[in-house]
Design a protein around this ligand. Sequence first.
Ligand SMILES: [Zn+2]
Length: 496
Amino acid sequence: MTETLIPFAEAIERYEPVIGLETHVELGTRTKMFCGCVTTFGAEPNSQTCPVCLGLPGSLPVVNRTAIEYTIRIGLALNCTIAEWCRFARKNYFYPDMPKNFQISQYDEPLCTDGYLDVEVNGKTVRVGIERVHLEEDTGKSLHVGGATGRIHGAEYSLVDYNRAGIPLVEIVTRPVTGTGEDAPVAARLYVTELRDLLRSLGVSDVRMEEGSLRCDVNTSLAPPGAPWGTRTETKNVNSLRSVERAVEFEIERQAAVLDAGGRVIQETRHLHEDTGTTTSGRSKEEAQDYRYFPEPDLVPVAPPRDWVEQIRASLPEAPAKVRARLRAEWNVSALEMDAIVNAGALDLVLQTVAAGASPADARKWWLGELSRRAHDLGTELTALPITPAQVARIAELVAAGTLNDRLARDVIDAVLAGEGDPDAIVEARGLAVVSDEGALTAAVDEAIAANPEVAAKIRDGKIAAAGVLVGAVMKATRGKADAARVRELILERLT
Ligand SMILES: [Zn+2]
C-alpha cells in the first residue's frame, strides 16, 4: 500500500513535530545479565545458554555487577540522578524468543533518571532531556526461513537462537523533544550519533548498529503550532543513523497527509523499510498493553553505595563533545572542518597521527584526502585500511623534509597499503626519494631547455606561464622524483 505524503517543506510549514527516542544498547559485559554465559557475537546458535537464561524451572538469576556499573556510568555521563535503591520488575508477555515468558526489566524504579544530552544541530545546541536509563535483559532471536523478506509472514518454519537471551540491555528514553521544527529529522540523527559516541567513549558497548548492539525506536508526532501534541507513532528497531533521520522525515510527511485530509493519526508501532525509507503499519497501541509488572521476587533490590557511584563518576572519560571542542582549539579547525573529520570516522586516526608527530593540518590532509579516497574505492572504512597512524605521520614527515613530494608520497601510500612495509623501507627499496642533488637537477633542467628551444624563447620573452611545459619535461625525465617548485626556480633563474 502506498501512503499519501505531503512534501516535507510543506508539512513543516503547517505542523510542529515532536520527536522522542528510545535507544536500546547491548552492554559489552563478558557474561550475561543474570547468569555466567558468555556473550560473544556470532557464536553457533544456542551454544551460549544455561538453565537460567533458558528460564528452566528452579533456576535463579544473579545480577551482573559489571552491568550495574556500566549502567551507572551511562547515567552519570548523561547527567542523571542515580537511584539509591531500586528494583527489577517482571514484564509479562508472550514472545517466542523469550524463553521465560517474562522479561526481567525495570518499571517504576529505574536505576538512572532525569538527565540530559546536549546535541549541536546546525549551529544550535539542542538539550535533549533524558527521562530514564534502565537495565533489562535482551530476548533471543527468531530466524524465519522460507519467506521472501525474512519476516514471519510467508515463512515455512522458524528457528530460535537463545544466545542473545539474557544479554544486558540498557534502555535510554528521552523526554519529548520540541521546537526543532524542520531540523527534527537531523536532530534525531545527531542525538543518536552523539549518544553512540558517548557510549563508545565510556567503553560500555561496541555500539555497532549493524550488529544490533545499538538500536532505536523513533517516536514522531505532529500538531499545528500552539496546539496540544498530536498522537505519536513509534518506528521500531531502526538500525542505522541515516535511517533514524529518514524515519522521522517519512512520518512527518505521512502524518501531515493524514491530518490534512481531516484524518486521525493512529497510535501504533511502524516498521521502517531500509531500502525505500518508508514505514508501514505494525501493531496498534491504541489499547495499552497490560504487562502485569511486579517486583522481581528472585532478586534483591539494587542499592549502589554512594562512594561507589562517586568512584565511577571520578573515572568517567572526557565527553566526546568536550574532546572535540578542545581539539578544535588545539588544531585550529572550524566547526565545519571538525564535523568533516568526525563524519569521515577519522577523529581517532587524526588524533593518533598527531600524537605520532604529524602536524594537525598534515594529519587531516592525508586522512580526509588521499586515504578517504582509497577507503571509498575499496568500499571499506578508514579504520580498516592497512596503514597505521604512525606510518601516515612518517610519510607526512618525509614530505615536510623534502624527501618526498606529494606524488611520491602517494606511491609510498600505495606500497604501504599493498603490504610492502614501512615508508622508509619502501622509499629505500623503490628508490622513491626526491632528487635533491642540485647538480643532477640542473643537468635535467639544462637538457629540458635544450630540447625545447621554442618554449625557452617564450619564457625569455616574458611568458612565464610557459615554464610549466619545462617543469613537466623535467618531472618526466626524473620520473616524478624532482621537487617541482625547485625545478621551476632553476628554470626561471636561467631564462629570466
Ligand atoms: Zn545463561
